[in-house]
Design a protein around this ligand. Structure first.
Ligand SMILES: [Mg+2]
Length: 241
């Protein structure tokens, strides 16, 4: 198989764990010679925030090379429904981002609910979201993940768990998923690299999202576990081939 010309890198469990850079990551990223983009189901930060955070950990990445599920979900809704009335279940950074994209944020009546990683999720927010769904509001999930593992192996609630509570309360509702394993983030990542999917390898720790999505997008997939990166890029590429 031909040598990949670019790489899409997952973030959590692949490059970082908690607020720690995983071993070998800085060297491997340098070895790619800049031929990479990060694609993550992160539904809490903007690419600029994440670039700053990674910079503090010692990994210099331009925000333009970071594709995130939360901001992509907002971009998608803003493109399709300019000026829509949106209930955004997410943190302050995504609220500011959504307003800059021209969305009108509401905590009650709305056309669309975007579910991100909302650390302020509450009984009140659940009730408001379920009510809106029962009145016909469409649910857009930044990603389907129900949880990710924290530094001690504990489950940390994610978008899918919040959405499940809304849908279970509302009965049923229309639902769209933006993040991995859906193909959009992979497509956007390849666009940032200026390469077709066949020439790009997805590197990630989750076969259900990174692997399944890569396959759907027509890309090869390399499944990694924390620490695999110390082998270097050449050894990893041989595994893909
Ligand atoms: Mg991961």
């Amino acid at each position: 198989m031909s040598r990949p010309r670019g790489y899409l890198l997952d973030l959590d469990g692949t490059l970082i764990s908690g607020r720690r850079l995983l071993p070998g990551v800085a060297a491997l990223v340098a070895e790619t010679g800049g031929r990479f983009a990060i694609v993550s189901n992160d539904a809490e930060h903007t690419p600029h925030e994440l670039a700053r955070l990674l910079g503090r950990l010692g990994l210099v990445v331009a925000a333009e090379r970071i594709v995130l599920a939360g901001t992509t979900a907002i971009d998608l809704v803003a493109q399709r429904h300019p000026g829509a009335r949106v209930m955004l279940l997410a943190g302050p950074a995504l609220e500011r981002y959504a307003r800059r994209r021209g969305l009108r944020l509401s905590t009650g009546a709305c056309d669309i609910i975007i579910v991100g990683r909302d650390r302020r999720f509450s009984y009140r927010r659940l009730a408001a979201a379920a009510h809106a769904v029962s009145l016909g509001a469409k649910l857009v999930l930044a990603c389907p993940d129900t949880h990710h593992r924290g530094p001690l192996g504990e489950p940390v609630p994610e978008v899918g768990a919040l959405a499940a509570s809304i849908l279970s309360c509302a009965g049923a509702g229309e639902c769209e998923v933006v993040g991995k394993p859906e193909p959009l983030l992979f497509r956007l990542g390849c666009e940032r690299l200026g390469l077709p999917p066949q020439e790009v390898v997805m590197i990630g720790d989750n076969p259900a999202t990174d692997g399944k999505g890569a396959m759907r997008a027509g890309m090869r997939f390399l499944h990694v576990r924390p620490g695999d990166f110390v082998e270097g890029l050449g050894a990893m590429e041989r595994k893909v081939a």
